[in-house]
Design a protein around this ligand. Structure first.
Ligand code: GAL
Ligand code: ZN
Length: 663
């Protein structure tokens, strides 16, 4: 039996006498794995070179005796006070030049050589100690790399490393001045050593410099993780290495980070107190899972799946009966092979004493425990069958960290957010029960019938060609507003009208545009008028057909959405951000043209998703609402789990199996 369910466990928060009760309860719940120790540096090394792994070995052995395996986390997201006291320079500096001090977590600079020496000493000993431990199966490096490091680190160590990175990239300072457009506001440099980390300025920022800074920061984090992975692999070669991602978070390019991991893991808190209330909509969660699967094009693990009410200083909503299970199985439906719940028991101390776990403060099994037990008993057996399988979507949405960075630097419209834009396209497809992959722009796109590439703002000749080849060969491509605006250095392109060479692909030119600042616009599509937002490209047809026109602005009655046959395929251009209704209708039209399969029909809140082997398809139908629902499936399936076909109880998860549809 493979490993499919687990919990994040902190035995060091509880008396030794309690551990056995925990292990017993875990086993009875169906827990097969725990993650431990990712914040326990002080407990493992209370003073320089004084290692105390015995308590952890005891916990690992005890759990192992109950058949529960361990993943160990390297505790490098929270160096202990004695290190900080000895080497205060390892604490990071923020954009305002302030030091961030000890007392929470993430009080570290990842480039700092002194800090790295501490890590090398500790991780070497840690990995050696557990290399042959039969209870340990793998490692998590650090914890949520990028978390809380948003505006860090600006210290002198980071500055030197940044200068080196720039020198490697540009070779000469003249090349950098050119790439950064340094003629503007007298920003030229004579030497790389004049360049600083981007501390807060009196006014404005250089968009090209900021793009490099963000890429450098990502490279630093990837280097930090790779360097730790090397230490582990050298001393403990037989265990897997993973890392817990945060969905679409963008401090680090997760595709790059994925290359050094055996598999990717993710953390998700749908009812976190910072989320949309009462919880993050399921289509956004689904998109998160799909992008995580895309980071390595492989099934993933959930390393932290929300088990109970979230809370630090304030709390989120309580989870309704069944909600946790529906979210857990949503992760599985989108490609998770294992689900580890955060956390086992609600802890009584520290910042997260209101972050609720499978067990409450009392440690007695209650509603959540029994719900989790029922979940593992129902689904673990099937998860063996489809472990390793992937969904097989016909539609892809292009996702890029660089585009994301560029829009973080200059959103163009104050409310424009790169990921949110992707999510808007995703939502329409999700509602139609169409599985979606997220892909990188230069990936092989040929297996997809439809590729949606929103906001292709930074453009290169190679990427232009890539998109043209895809359509030429029979692909259907959607490009949107703000495409082909800038070169790879975040400088505006000047040698042609927008959207550059892709205008040839789309059969259009965009000589002008309008930013819908503090207003909305309208579009006429078919006989209906629809709301649009944020932006209107003013489009001239150069061979394309108009399929929708603006109904507002001085450019009313000019094209808003166009269609252009090109080679064996079609290029669509959407010059605005469609409101929800237009998005719905335009997607219906496009999936019709592409002949894309839908898994079934049901209201929003009822999700359908598949995982597929060479000959089989596992179909999940998940009710994310507290009401009964009905649905209809397209295709022949046998029900494996569920009360009644075509009907769903509140938060019910149904599982079906069928034969692989021949495409
Ligand atoms: C995650 C983190 C955990 C815990 C949890 C609840 O971001 O990885 O360590 O802090 O959130 O806040
Ligand atoms: Zn630093």
């Amino acid at each position: 039996m493979g490993i499919h369910f687990g919990v994040d466990y902190y035995p060091e928060h509880w008396p030794r006498e309690r551990w056995e009760t925990d292990a017993k309860l875990m086993k009875e719940m169906g827990v097969q794995v725990v993650r431990m120790a990712e914040f326990s540096w002080f407990k493992m090394e209370p003073a320089l070179g004084e290692f105390h792994f015995e308590w952890l070995e005891e916990a690992v052995a005890l759990l192992d005796s109950y058949g529960i395996k361990t993943i160990l986390g390297t505790p490098t997201a929270a160096p202990p006070a004695w290190i900080v006291r000895k080497n205060p320079e390892i604490q990071p500096i923020d954009r305002e030049g302030r030091r961030r001090y000890f007392g929470g977590r993430h009080h570290d600079c990842q480039s700092n050589a002194v800090y790295r020496a501490h890590i090398r000493r500790f991780v070497t000993a840690f990995a050696k100690q557990f290399a042959d431990n039969p209870g340990v199966i793998g490692w998590q490096i650090d914890n949520e790399l990028g978390n809380s490091h948003g505006d860090l680190c600006m210290c002198s160590s980071c500055r030197q490393l940044y200068q080196k990175w720039l020198k490697r990239k540009y070779g000469t300072i003249e090349a950098l001045n050119e790439a950064w457009g340094a003629a503007f506001w007298s920003q030229g440099y004579n030497d790389f050593d004049q360049i600083g980390t981007p501390l807060i300025t009196a006014a404005g920022e250089n968009p090209s410099a900021m793009l490099d800074w963000k890429c450098y920061c990502s490279d630093l984090v990837v280097n930090f993780a790779e360097w730790q992975a090397d230490i582990i692999r050298e001393n403990c070669p037989n265990h897997f290495i993973t890392h817990n991602y945060m969905g679409f978070d963008n401090k680090v390019d997760y595709y790059d980070l994925g290359t050094l991991l055996d598999f990717v893991s993710n953390d998700i808190y749908p009812a976190g107190h910072w989320q949309k209330q009462p919880h993050q909509p399921e289509n956004e969660l689904a998109a998160c899972h799909d992008v995580v699967r895309g980071y390595k094009k492989k099934p993933f693990w959930m390393m932290e799946q929300q088990a109970g009410m979230a809370g630090w200083e304030i709390m989120g909503r309580a989870l309704e009966p069944g909600q946790m299970s529906a979210w857990a199985m949503q992760s599985v439906a989108h490609g998770a092979d294992a689900v580890v719940f955060f956390r086992w028991r609600t802890c009584a101390m520290g910042t997260e004493q209101y972050w609720h776990g499978i067990l409450g403060h009392s440690g007695r099994p209650g509603r959540t425990y029994y719900e989790a037990q029922k979940l593992t008993q129902t689904f673990a057996k099937y998860m063996d069958d489809f472990e390793g399988t992937m969904p097989d979507p016909e539609v892809a949405i292009v996702h890029s960290f660089r585009q994301n960075y560029a829009f973080d630097i200059q959103p163009n419209h104050p409310q424009l957010r790169y990921v949110e834009q992707l999510q808007k396209y995703y939502k329409a497809l999700h509602g139609k029960k169409i599985p979606v992959d997220f892909v990188q722009d230069m990936d092989d796109l040929s297996k997809y019938k439809l590729v949606i590439a929103p906001l292709q703002y930074l453009m290169t000749p190679g990427l232009e060609q890539h998109y043209m080849d895809y359509v030429e060969g029979g692909g259907h491509l959607v490009l949107t507003m703000r495409t082909g605006v800038k070169d790879a250095n975040n400088l505006c392109m000047t040698d042609r009208e927008l959207p550059g060479r892709l205008g040839e692909l789309c059969g259009i030119e965009v000589p002008e545009y309008d930013c819908l600042l503090e207003t909305t616009g309208g579009v006429l599509y078919g006989k209906k008028e629809y709301a649009v937002e944020k932006w209107c490209d003013i489009i001239e047809l150069k061979g394309a057909n108009q399929i929708a026109e603006y109904s507002t602005g001085f450019y009313r009655q000019t094209p808003a959405i166009t269609e252009n046959p090109y080679g064996k395929g079609t290029a669509w251009y959407i010059g605005t951000e469609p409101g929800e209704e237009l998005m719905e209708d335009i997607m219906t039209y496009m999936i019709g043209v592409c002949g894309i399969r839908t898994l079934g029909t049901a209201a929003d809140g009822v999700e359908m998703m598949t995982r597929e082997s060479d000959d089989k398809v596992w179909l999940f139908v998940i009710n994310h609402t507290g009401d009964e629902q009905v649905y209809h499936l397209h295709g022949m399936y046998t029900m494996l789990e569920g009360e009644k076909e075509e009907q769903l109880l509140p938060y019910e998860v149904q599982l079906f199996v069928g034969n692989k549809f021949q495409k």
